[in-house]
Design a protein around this ligand. Structure first.
Ligand SMILES: C[S@@+](CC[C@H](N)C(=O)[O-])C[C@H]1O[C@@H](n2cnc3c(N)ncnc32)[C@H](O)[C@@H]1O
Length: 255
């Protein structure tokens, strides 16, 4: 599929930076609780599996974008036993405040009073990162790229800041292929999840209605793999998880 063809499918859902930032700001306090509830805790497994597929090695830092409350950043730090420095970035202040608190708890659990377990949280837009090129061994994003208003610009920034030979990891929701699970899950995802999410989060920006809408129109499978190739990545690997409810995409920056 050509890049032009893919771009033409973008985007009927309002993904303006201001709307997305406001929406996550409104649900930040309930974000973790609802994440675990609505996925029956499986979201933890998806992040764990991501870290297993791209384990951090040595002291070159890892960057987690759209980090939210920092769960994937913490999973990377834990996997390296605190040895790899982690930078966690998001443009929503309320999410970052919670992430920083969790980062401090993580360091306490490690018993660290040195640089060990250090997670540096920075407030920045994934489309305009205030970070040097060719720097990070892994650049990751979990359930975030779908929300970035310009997907290709987000991917281009991920590739720019990744070190030569480093890995770019995108974890994102997808729709299962296998019927009848696809039908049952589709019904839950479109009808049950938004109602429970809206009820329990009580936000005005319809965040949990936005979720199935944004997943429905975001490229998945080979279409997203092609976007990653267009951004300059090679050796794209695709790992569907939990019957395709989420998918991990890995790419390598040319050495
Ligand atoms: C669904 S949450 C995912 C959080 C976390 N990665 C996780 O696994 O739970 C999406 C996050 O992406 C952030 N986000 C969306 N667009 C962004 C952008 N352009 N720049 C930085 N952060 C962005 C939101 O603020 C939100 O915290």
């Amino acid at each position: 599929m050509s890049l032009t063809a893919v771009q033409e499918t973008d985007s009927k859902v309002d993904k303006s930076d201001a709307r997305v930032r406001r929406m996550f700001g409104e649900i930040a306090g309930r974000y973790d609780f609802l994440n675990h509830l609505l996925s029956a805790g499986v979201d933890k497994y998806w992040r764990w599996r991501t870290v297993r597929k791209v384990p951090p090695q040595g002291e070159r830092p890892v960057l987690d974008l759209c980090t939210g409350t920092g769960d994937l950043a913490i999973a990377f730090s834990r996997a390296s036993r605190g040895r790899t420095p982690i930078v966690a970035c998001d443009f929503c202040h309320e999410m970052l405040v919670l992430g920083e608190a969790k980062g401090r708890q993580h360091r306490e659990r490690l018993g660290s009073n040195t640089a060990e377990g250090q997670i540096t949280f920075i407030e920045a837009d994934t489309q305009r990162l205030p970070l040097s090129a060719d720097h990070f061994q892994i650049v990751s994003v979990a359930f975030g790229l779908r929300n970035v208003s310009d997907t290709d610009r987000g991917l281009a920034e991920m590739v720019r800041v990744c070190a030569a030979g480093g890995k770019v990891a995108v974890l994102e929701f997808s729709m299962p292929h296998w019927q009848p699970f696809r039908a049952v899950y589709g019904w839950y995802f479109r009808n049950v999840l938004p109602r429970i999410g809206q009820l329990l989060s009580g936000n005005r920006s319809q965040a949990y209605r936005y979720l199935p809408e944004s997943v429905g129109e975001f490229p998945s499978g080979e279409a997203l793999a092609e976007r990653m190739r267009q951004a300059g990545l090679i050796e794209i690997e695709i790992y569907p998880m939990t019957l395709g409810v989420a998918t991990l995409y890995l790419g390598t920056k040319r050495a």
